[in-house]
Design a protein around this ligand. Structure first.
Ligand code: FBP
Length: 340
């Protein structure tokens, strides 16, 4: 009886073959190899973010079982009640990045002031983050997420000029991304050469490559906005929404977690709108922690992001917690919104 290859070499047996997965850390190293001067510092930094989001997702997944649902009784710099998970996520990211050595400044949407890491060796990078976006949805078990933006320290500025270092326009970002804690935990990031998506495989605790060079559909008949505020939206936006409803083939989707609404828009196309209103002309969303990182991802995936007048990435930030109107999504759909 002939001995089959598999019998001769059990490892070659299909069932025995180890799936050749690519983790996010591996992918970043591969990406870095494209840059001759890459030092590995960047991948070391990003592995701090992947570690932190793995810890956060473990808390989120067991939120109902752990004493983490509910508010701390504090109010954050945004004037919002602080959710316990907000605080846990904020502390976790600060902890996982503070000892990286190459992070000089940490800027959180939750904190009044930036954290300057004096002991950081190079302190070359500035990380701005929304530790838990959509946190008002936590106790309703709706998808929430973490959003991050990475800048390099401007060598032309002294270490003491912390605010000037932070208030760089979005096009200066060297990387940005987000993690959605939804039906699965998905991370999407860009370092300026395309958008890449990873799914956390809980069986091995690693972010595994799901899709490289993600492209946002150029058009999509989905609009996403909180229509309860519609009467106070700019007239052009009101006309666009009216027009879309008359078409008969548009649909409306609004989760109320920016990171989840953006993730759907990245994959399915359409447009997400959080415009200014008469009461809040600058809208609600934060330029540094929400609009800039998602605008970088959107543009790298072929989409567009604007405040209705200016490209988000060209906006010169004036304050750390400044808000901005945001219209983001498929190129053709954003252009359509602006045409009204
Ligand atoms: P934070 O949870 O990070 O404060 O984010 C704000 C946010 O929850 C976004 O995720 C979401 O798009 C928006 O507010 C929802 O606002 P509204 O309840 O006004 O529709």
């Amino acid at each position: 009886m002939k001995t089959s290859h598999a019998q001769k070499n059990p490892a070659a047996a299909p069932s025995a073959r180890v799936p050749m997965i690519r983790t996010v850390e591996q992918h970043i190293l591969e990406q870095q190899r494209k840059f001759p001067h890459a030092t590995g510092e960047f991948s070391w930094l990003l592995s701090g973010i992947t570690l932190a989001t793995k810890i956060i997702q473990a808390q989120v997944r067991r939120a109902g079982l752990l004493e983490v649902i509910g508010q701390t009784g504090e109010v954050n710099v945004q004037g919002e009640a602080v959710e316990r998970l907000d605080e846990i996520a904020n502390r976790t990211i600060r902890h996982c990045l503070a000892y990286r050595g190459n992070v000089g400044i940490l800027v959180s949407e939750e904190d009044h002031e930036p954290h300057v890491i004096e002991e950081a060796e190079s302190g070359r990078y500035i990380v701005l983050f929304d530790p838990l976006d959509g946190s008002s949805n936590i106790n309703a078990n709706v998808s929430i997420g973490t959003i991050f933006s990475i800048l390099q320290r401007n060598p032309g500025l002294s270490r003491g000029e912390v605010m000037a270092q932070i208030l760089q326009p979005g096009y200066q970002q060297v990387a940005a991304g987000y993690v959605v804690y939804g039906s699965s935990t998905v991370m999407a990031y860009t370092a300026g050469s395309g958008v890449h998506m990873f799914t956390l495989d809980p069986s091995i605790g690693a972010y595994v490559l799901a899709q490289e060079n993600v492209q946002m559909p150029p058009s999509g008949r989905i609009y996403s906005t909180n229509e309860a505020y519609c009467q106070n939206f700019p007239e052009g936006i009101q006309r666009y929404l009216q027009w879309a409803k008359q078409q008969g083939d548009y649909t409306s989707r609004y989760i109320g977690s920016l990171v989840a609404d953006f993730h759907r828009t990245l994959i399915r196309g359409g447009v997400f709108l959080y415009p200014g209103t008469k009461q809040a002309p600058q809208g609600k969303l934060r330029l540094l922690y929400e609009a800039n990182p998602l605008a970088f991802v959107a543009e790298q995936a072929g989409g567009t992001a604007t405040d209705g007048k200016e490209r988000i990435l060209d906006k010169q930030p004036k304050t750390m917690h400044q808000r901005t109107p945001l219209i983001i999504g498929s190129k053709e759909e954003v252009e359509r919104v602006l045409s009204f």
